[in-house]
Design a protein around this ligand. Structure first.
Ligand code: DGJ
Length: 756
């Protein structure tokens, strides 16, 4: 049992030994917050953590009051959770406790993706009802605690039990009131080709937020924020994370008040949002996930990784090893035909690749990005015998086949647009902003979702297609839909995303064995909402190995390696022009769902032989690399950013792979040891190193687990040293963009104190 209710104190304590969350009914019936974070013992009241008795806000000249569902206009002048306009236009609410229930397991949220419990014993859900008598609004505050994770899930359901329509202007998924502001705020921000860089700054009085008003979670900010204590590191100190299972407009915000208490909130962005709640209707917010760690940001990430990998992702591909793919995008762009693709696929097969992906350009008359989105009919000029023949020939090579689609879009130059110009989002009588010569289809309209379902079912059942890359390359402008009256246009953005989820739901149900990968100009919709349908996402269009260090590091704050598609590309890199060693490119991409994004028919024999060795090396360690514990060791966002290191280790500490990367070479390198994590301190390990290629290792040594974690692995001078070498700084400077991979295998457990 994780939910403890004290009827006399009217207090709840959700506790599982890893995290605690406590609330109580205040004197006026409102839902007060008492504690979130460090696990506390159950049994004793935590009431003293809030004010002795709630007597209104009196302009906050008194004890700060922590609330679960703050509303505006009643004396709490911080940001609200809920703004609901009554029939008189007022947004004042008086939400009083009206009952609660506790159920085993975790309910689905209508129309929305969410985390789940596979067995009811895995989680317990507390639903607390709050009622505003004058309007009849009933707010259900739903909190799920997972039995063995430091994680809670929160969503609200609003039900109009009154006789008049209400307008929801703001409905955040979660608000978290914390008693102090001694935290640093960590968010993931960037833009195209440099998504999810880590930004870390002190909290200061006032509001700091990230968000999106683009109709997608976006390249710019991720629906995630974390707080860490000033001295928290990757493996020590307190951290709290909030993540939103949603793919549309969002707001993630921290507000520090003059008393230095902190309010966090996350949910649908209230700007550009409103929702009409007719009598009898309900509205459910997306789910927010809260994680707590006493083991620093690393512990926080591990909690999110484990949950999102196994209780957000679903379907047969959740636990299956992800195939090594070769995608033709950077190999050919739009310029290909049947024979060229089959030649690329044949070469890929010889290298050990398992699945060939045909990217953009196979449909309509699409020779560039000017036309044809919406016309999901194969282009017979390029593929005269159709998709079927191509898939047949690729499969005959022993490869599986993947296909790119961008269902949510339409080019004005397309048959679909000519037939249904009103299906593209825009305001009649006003110019539509084009981006990449395309417009966004109005997926808030059921007939559009029905049309896309039919068109895509036809494509995906025309041949055995094992993988779908679902792209989305522009954001919504001129938001307006003919399907809603003027006073309900604020519903468009959310209804659009519900339409996207509905389309995903239909296609993943119809093709359960197909692996879906999401993509949005790279990582423009890398969010937990889509991971519920597509268990992996194209991390970034930036395939440069050095750039990827920062992108993959930042992404890993919230998302597991199995979700991060990462490919080796050709050099000079198409995004940066940088030339990095083939070894380094693979050593970075292997920490993810691995593949290639290049033309193997244009490679030298030596590079081809090396790629074959890379694939074989990866396949031998793929389950560890995709599903092991990912631990960050050295950050590209710290110091001069010249070094990055990370590792994966299996749950028992039996086997690990460590990656170390150095961007620029410096002469006379300073002495450098890399402390590892997650190993068995009592065991000895065989440490084998690869540095310039995946053939014979550079060398191999035996070391103790405790030493590797407490003292570290030798980077400069290198340990192991190549056979017969003596340390000589010059000899080990291997140029810029160097990488080293270490594999650790436990040889035998060693009893502590028993000697080597
Ligand atoms: C953007 C994606 O991120 C790329 O990988 C590629 O699929 C192109 N779109 C195709 O247009």
């Amino acid at each position: 049992m994780t939910v403890h209710w004290d009827p006399a104190a009217r207090e709840w304590h959700l506790a599982n030994g890893r995290v605690s969350f406590a609330m109580r009914v205040l004197e006026n019936g409102w839902l007060g917050h008492l504690h979130a974070g460090a696990p506390l013992g159950v049994g004793a009241s935590l009431r003293h953590l809030g004010p002795a008795a709630f007597a209104g806000f009196t302009n906050r000249v008194g004890e700060p009051v922590a609330l679960e569902v703050p509303v505006p206009g009643v004396g709490d002048f911080r940001v609200p959770a809920l703004v609901v306009e009554g029939p008189d236009g007022s947004t004042v609410l008086d939400l009083r406790y009206a009952g609660h229930r506790v159920e085993p397991g975790k309910p689905e949220l209508p129309g929305l993706p969410s985390t789940y419990a596979e067995d009811p014993a895995e989680a317990e859900t507390l639903e607390i009802d709050l009622r505003d008598e004058p309007t009849g609004l009933l707010v259900t505050v739903r909190t799920t605690m997972f039995a063995d994770r430091p994680v809670l899930a929160r969503s609200l359901t609003l039900a109009n039990g009154g006789g008049a329509a209400l307008t929801v202007r703001c409905a955040m998924s979660a608000v978290l009131d914390l008693p102090d502001a001694g935290w640093r705020l960590v968010t993931l921000s960037g833009t195209w080709a440099r998504e999810r860089y880590v930004h870390d700054r002190a909290l200061i009085p006032g509001r700091q937020s990230v968000g999106s008003l683009r109709g997608a979670s976006g390249l710019e900010h991720n629906p995630f924020l974390a707080l860490r204590r000033e001295h928290a590191t990757e493996d020590a100190g307190e951290a709290i994370g909030l993540s939103l299972v949603y793919s549309g407009n969002f707001l993630a915000e921290a507000e520090v008040d003059p008393f230095h208490t902190t309010r966090l909130r996350i949910g649908i962005h209230p700007e550009a949002f409103s929702w009409r709640l007719e009598p009898g209707a309900t509205f459910t917010t997306p789910e927010a996930v809260l994680a707590f760690s006493a083991e620093g940001l690393g512990g926080l990430s591990e909690a999110f990784h484990a949950l999102y990998r196994s209780r957000l992702a679903r379907g047969p591909w959740r636990d299956r090893p992800r195939p090594v793919v070769l995608n033709n995008w950077e190999a050919t762009y739009f310029d290909f035909d049947h024979d060229r693709l089959v030649a690329i696929a044949a070469r890929a097969k010889a290298l050990g690749v398992e699945l060939f992906v045909l990217d953009d350009g196979w449909f309509g008359r699409r020779d560039n990005d000017d036309s044809s989105l919406g016309d999901w009919i194969v282009d017979r000029r390029k593929l005269p015998d159709g998709l079927e023949a191509l898939v047949r020939d690729v499969r005959a090579l022993g490869l599986r086949f993947g296909l790119w689609i961008e269902p949510e879009m339409v080019n004005p130059d397309s048959d679909l647009f000519r037939a249904h110009p009103d299906w593209a989002i825009g305001v009649p009588g006003r110019a539509r902003t084009e981006s990449r010569q395309q417009l966004v289809l109005d997926l808030s309209r059921p007939e559009v979702v029905d049309h896309l379902t039919e068109a895509l079912v036809a494509v995906l059942s025309s041949a055995p297609i094992d993988y779908v890359k679902w792209d989305m390359n522009r954001n919504i402008t001129e938001p307006w839909t003919p399907s809603l009256p003027p006073d309900r246009q604020g519903e468009l953005f959310h209804r659009y995303i519900l339409g996207v989820y509905e389309l995903y739901r239909r296609l993943t149900a119809r093709f359960p064995d197909t692996l879906f990968e999401s993509c949005a100009s790279g990582g423009g919709r890398f969010d937990p909402g889509l991971l519920a349908f597509a268990p992996q996402a194209w991390t970034s269009d930036d395939t440069d190995a050095v750039e990827r260090l920062a992108i993959q590091w930042g992404t890993s704050l919230a998302y597991p390696l199995s979700s991060m598609a990462a490919h080796v590309a050709a050099v000079p890199n198409h995004q940066t022009g940088r030339i990095t060693p083939l070894f380094t490119r693979a050593a970075v991409a292997m920490f993810g769902a691995f593949g290639y994004e290049l033309d193997p028919t244009a490679m030298t024999d030596a590079d081809l032989a090396e790629v074959a060795r890379q694939v074989a090396w990866y396949l031998e360690r793929r389950e560890l690399l995709q599903y092991g514990r990912f631990l960050r060791l050295r950050s590209p966002f710290e110091g001069d950013g010249n070094e990055t290191a990370w590792m994966v280790v299996d749950a028992s500490g039996e086997r690990a792979v460590v990656g170390h990367y150095r961007v620029l070479a410096h002469p006379q390198p300073v002495r450098n040891r890399l402390r590892l994590r997650g190993l068995d301190p009592d065991a000895r390990y065989r440490v084998t190193t690869w540095a310039d290629g995946f053939g014979a290792p550079v060398g191999s040594v035996e070391r103790a687990g405790d030493e590797l974690m407490a003292v570290g692995l030798g980077i400069e001078p290198p340990d192991p040293m190549p056979a017969g070498a003596v340390f000589d700084a010059i000899r080990f400077i291997r140029g810029d963009f160097a990488a080293r991979l270490f594999e650790l295998r436990r040889i035998q457990p060693r009893r502590r104190g028993a000697g080597a």
